[in-house]
Design a protein around this ligand. Structure first.
Ligand code: FAD
Ligand code: DLZ
Ligand code: SF4
Length: 518
């Protein structure tokens, strides 16, 4: 009999489980551009363009390889606008005996797929997404009975399981983690090699025009679009990273330089998340570079940890904590997202630069996301759901499974420390140490209080003071409170007043930017 194989926009992998073992003659692949996915939040223009272009390229590749592909375009007259409606129409068109699909990356979509069984009246087979190295069953088994779900412990198990960077039963070099070597400040005049950009071809140009026409009110610019949209291009992006940037990746992993948007980062997350680049291959290539003496261990281990450690752990945590995670707000933060997250209009130079890069590139690197954009929202007390919607909108690599744990749990501590044992709160001093932002800022990073003081300084203490009950018994934070208590009362009052005045000056954003209905 015939099988209908729907392939979702982030399942663009030739070896995807739903195609494996299928005979081409008995299979119809269904790909769907649907309004709901493009607007459930008002994604950055580049993000929509990337996904639609990669989908169209992938469909063409499958067809060239002899698969029958039924491709629904956003502009098709009869398009119902959502996955379930499109699968239902395709079942009517093709009368398959069964539908076979790989589980969705996102909870929202997975729930819809689970309803297909009832809705379609044909067999629906839902397969695990084995592009992840750790299955959900394995992750749940690891998590069960553990009081603390520490990433580092998970990561060690993944190293053992994959054999990556192992020396027999021991970690290569004798240590599991070389993070202490990965915190260098940026050097003056540092000039990392440019990340490859891929000129839009005919397919991409058509998609860019569609996005400009249909989604002109969405955040972000399209001019710089240069993302890999095929597995071939993603492979070339990986080659360039391994050859040119990996060696310095570790050392400058946490550095930030105004106007230098990529530094030594890989920019591979969009490709890995879409499925056009294999995560294990990235790690194997990095390990090979290390074994060939082309990149130091701290760089290679750091890169591999982000992928087989953090990425896999984040995905496991998402499924473990959903659906509650979407409503988590352990710190009861209620402030609206400030308008400058969308406009970039703020005198805080660090934030203005991160928002600019986000708008121009649909990208910002990890430390910008965590220690500037995330940290500010944390210490200013921004409502998690508003920051989550922002992060889901603005990054080309954002899918809820990876965005939500990073924002809610890692950046905002909204899960009460299930993921991060202590909140990533920091004052201006940290940003100054890791970047060149502060020198030309209208605020003075060394000033603690008053109108010219770096806002991160007073907000930091305001945050610590207002959450004292929750944090003073945390061994990793207690020290902060002894410092606070040693300050004289006037100083403490000045900190709190400076913070209050600053917070009062923040304009909340117009809700129409995100377009979400919560
Ligand atoms: P590199 O620095 O080169 O790292 C290599 C790879 O490691 C990345 O491509 C990515 O696949 C993986 N990785 C690194 N850190 C993480 C992490 N914390 N979680 C999962 N994977 C990781 N990543 C996304 O893919 N989508 C998101 O929506 C997203 N939202 C984030 C929100 C916040 C608040 C924070 C702090 C982090 C977020 N990240 C997200 C993780 C990380 O910032 C990006 O993966 C990274 O910046 C992508 O750029 P890169 O490919 O150059 O990464
Ligand atoms: C993000 C996104 C967008 C913008 N558009 C589509 C689309 O038109 N068709 C599609 O299949 N997928 C799209 N996606 C990605 C989906 O949201 C993604 O496949 C799910 O989040 C997986 O759970
Ligand atoms: Fe950011 Fe403060 Fe530095 Fe200005 S002084 S760039 S606000 S950390």
């Amino acid at each position: 009999g015939k099988t209908l194989v729907p392939i979702l926009g982030d399942q663009l992998t030739r070896t995807i489980a739903s195609l494996r073992g299928q005979a081409k003659a008995d299979t119809v692949v269904l790909m769907m551009e649907v309004r709901e996915e493009t607007t459930y939040v008002k994604h950055h223009k580049q993000k929509i363009a990337l996904i639609l272009s990669a989908m169209r390229h992938f469909a063409a590749e499958l067809e060239n390889a002899g698969w029958q592909v039924d491709y629904v375009r956003l502009t098709d007259e009869a398009n119902t606008g959502h996955f379930s409606g499109e699968v239902e129409r395709a079942v009517a068109r093709h009368s398959p005996d069964r539908v076979r699909i790989v589980e969705a990356g996102e909870w929202r979509v997975q729930k819809a797929i689970e309803d297909w069984r009832e809705q379609l009246g044909v067999d629906v087979e839902i397969l695990p997404d084995d592009r992840f190295l750790c299955s959900l069953e394995e992750f749940y088994a690891w998590a069960q009975g553990r009081e603390r779900l520490i990433m580092e412990n998970f990561y060690r198990e993944m190293r053992r399981k994959t054999g990556i960077l192992m020396d027999g039963g021991k970690p290569e070099g004798g240590q599991w983690n070389y993070d202490k070597d990965n915190r260098a400040s940026p050097d003056d005049g540092m000039s990392p090699p440019a990340t490859p950009r891929f000129e839009p071809d005919e397919i991409t140009v058509e998609v860019l025009e569609l996005v400009e026409a249909r989604f002109s009110d969405h955040f972000g610019e399209l001019e710089r679009f240069g993302w890999p949209v095929t597995s071939d291009q993603a492979g070339r992006a990986l080659d360039a990273f391994i050859d040119e940037r990996l060696a310095c990746f570790g050392k400058y992993q946490d550095a930030m330089v105004c106007g230098q948007d990529d530094l030594f980062h890989s920019l591979l997350s969009t490709s890995i998340n879409l499925g056009i680049l294999d995560s294990l291959e990235c790690c194997e290539r990095a390990e090979k570079a290390y074994r060939a003496g082309k990149a130091p261990l701290n760089a290679v281990e750091g890169f591999i940890r982000q992928i087989i450690g953090w990425r896999e752990y984040i995905r496991g945590m998402y499924w473990l904590e959903m659906p509650q995670l979407r409503n988590a707000n352990a710190l009861n933060a209620q402030r609206g997202l400030p308008e400058f997250y969308w406009t970039g209009e703020t005198d805080m130079r660090c934030l203005a630069d991160c928002v600019r890069s986000t708008r121009e590139n649909a990208h910002a690197h990890h430390i910008q996301r965590l220690m500037v954009l995330g940290n500010f929202a944390l210490i200013a007390g921004v409502k998690p759901q508003e920051l989550e919607d922002w992060f889901l909108v603005v990054y080309a690599d954002a899918y809820e499974w990876v965005e939500l744990p990073n924002v809610a749990a890692m950046a905002l501590w909204a899960d009460k420390g299930r993921l991060a044992s202590k909140p990533y709160a920091a004052s201006g001093n940290y940003i100054n140490k890791m970047s060149d932002y502060c020198g030309d800022c209208r605020y003075t990073v060394s000033k603690k209080t008053g109108p010219d003081a770096c806002p991160f300084n007073s907000l930091y203490w305001h945050f610590m003071d207002r959450h004292r009950k929750l944090f003073e018994n945390n061994r990793r934070i207690a020290r902060v409170y002894s410092t606070w208590d040693r300050m004289d009362a006037d100083k403490r009052r000045a900190y709190l007043e400076t913070a209050e005045e600053f917070l009062d000056s923040l304009e909340p954003a117009d809700k129409s930017w995100a377009g979400a209905d919560n």
